[in-house]
Design a protein around this ligand. Structure first.
Ligand code: AMP
Length: 469
């Protein structure tokens, strides 16, 4: 049986890149790639490079710019590189879990960078341990690496088919041998992955903003269930699983991805703008000014303002050097974190009835201090509007949502939440409104955190277990 705690701790939201460029500086391209994806993970960063003969690796704890100095990038020579930024979950800060991971499969060495979460990793690990394989980490990414490097197949097509047969869950991957670069996206297409042309080569990245940053020309997304190999001949799709359905994570549009990225064929900024417009239709209110909680809700606040006719303004200034408050390990620190991160513009909001748009409420720890900051700064009314529906279920596919016990909407009515956070009114976007904003059918996206309908049925078992944690 799968173990939710194993998977929750070690699978997560991350940023990945892959570069193939025989004439370029691959480690620097990978560096700028993961730098653009810093929002997807701040705990650790790493780059591996290959020169046709050997794989070199550098990983470290912290932000991309803290981990890599010029001499590290000089050391990482070759034609190919992959990179990774890792998101921190509940305090499991451990250099052992930094990626890329390099494994020796006997016939070849394999480096892997993984974004997502495998839901049957414990089973697979046990199966392999019984066959005599050793594991160095407790990460699901190492399980993927060992499955691929020991697959009973002599071609990449065969190895990827084996991987997709064995492994269940979310995995966007960049894989690298001494000589090859491969991009893989799981058949459900839960996490994003795209690629583009750069100089005389190619770059793969979680989000298109990383392509823009290095001046690459966007080509397309890696399809769900597809594997693509990159070499001097160009790129070649080497495997495409027959598609039953896909389940792109809708939370990428709400919060995770950068607004300037195009994912799932849509500009994230535009999706957020439309969420704001839908919110204005679903939860209108009389007010003097619409503000967003920076940065993820800014576009939605603009959308709310455009649809309602209430002027948009900036009411909170964000210290850009403070990371995402959510990652602070305990509740008290999260509350302090909000004050350190956000400062109200008193003069602008004094005496005003405010519509405050935020992307999501998870535990409810951010909203309360935000409301009280604005109230203390003189706002006369605070109407909170949330771009996501109530989050009632944990995510087992790579977003760090806590257990049901900690999710405020799993245990409280909307009215109770409104009272807890001390807002004058509270409105969440409906499921239908969200689907309209991201222009998707429910059957093509994962909304498991809102509905409990996860794309793989085994998840229901895990949700029950998470209630007991
Ligand atoms: P909370 O205080 O637990 O309700 O957290 C809600 C805030 O954390 C949201 O407004 C987001 O800005 C941010 N957030 C939401 N989901 C995540 C996540 N999975 N990881 C990091 N931050 C998140």
């Amino acid at each position: 049986m799968t173990n939710p705690e194993f998977d929750k701790k070690f699978g997560e939201e991350c940023g990945i890149v892959g570069v193939y460029d025989p004439n370029g500086d691959v480690s620097r391209l990978a560096f700028y790639g993961i730098y653009a994806l810093q929002h997807r993970g701040q705990e650790s960063a790493g780059i591996a490079s290959a020169d046709g003969h050997k794989i070199k690796l550098r990983t470290g704890m912290g932000l991309v710019t803290h981990v890599f100095k010029d001499e590290d990038l000089d050391y990482l020579t070759g034609d190919i590189a992959i990179g990774h930024t890792r998101y921190s979950t509940t305090g499991t800060s451990n250099i052992k879990n930094a990626q890329p991971i390099v494994v020796d499969g006997g016939n070849f060495k394999l480096a892997i960078a993984h974004n997502g979460n495998v839901v049957n990793s414990l089973e697979l690990k046990r199966e392999m341990e019984e066959l005599g394989y050793d594991f160095n980490t407790s990460s699901d990414s190492e399980v993927i690496a060992k499955i691929v490097s020991n697959a009973p197949a002599s071609t990449w097509e065969g190895r990827i088919a084996y991987l997709m047969r064995k492994v269940q869950g979310a995995y966007s991957l960049t894989l690298m041998t001494e000589k090859e670069l491969i991009a893989v996206r799981d058949p459900l297409g839960v996490r994003p992955l795209c690629f583009g042309k750069v100089n005389g080569g190619w770059i793969i990245a979680s989000e298109s903003c990383a392509l823009d940053n290095v001046g690459a020309k966007y080509v397309r997304e890696v399809n769900p269930g597809e594997a693509i190999i990159f070499d001097s001949q160009g790129y070649k799709s080497i495997y495409q699983k027959d598609m039953e359905k896909c389940s792109f994570c809708v939370f990428e549009h709400i919060y995770f991805a950068r607004p300037d990225s195009e994912i799932d064929g849509k500009l994230v900024y535009k999706s957020r703008l439309l969420m704001g417009k839908e919110l204005a239709r679903e939860h209108p209110v009389e007010a003097d000014m619409v503000i967003g909680v920076p940065d993820s809700a800014t576009a939605s606040a603009v959308g709310y303002s455009e649809e309602s006719g209430i002027p948009f303004g900036e009411g909170l200034v964000k210290n850009r050097y403070v990371g995402r408050t959510f990652i602070n390990p305990d509740q008290r620190m999260r509350e302090v974190g909000v004050k350190v991160k956000l400062n109200p513009l008193r003069e602008l909001i004094q005496g005003k009835r405010l519509v405050v748009v935020d992307d999501s409420i998870v535990r409810g720890t951010t909203s309360k201090p935000v409301v009280s900051l604005l109230r203390n700064a003189g706002a006369s009314e605070i109407h909170l509007r949330i771009c996501a529906p109530p989050i009632k279920f944990p995510c087992h596919f790579g977003v760090d949502f806590p257990t049901r016990k900690e999710l405020i909407a799993a245990n409280n009515s909307i009215d109770e939440i409104k009272d807890t956070i001390e807002a004058d009114s509270l409105g969440y976007l409906s499921h239908a409104g969200l689907l309209k904003a991201v222009k998707a059918e429910e059957s093509n996206v994962c909304m498991g955190c809102f509905t409990g309908n996860h794309p793989i049925p085994v998840q229901l078992e895990m949700d029950k277990l998470s209630l007991e944690v």
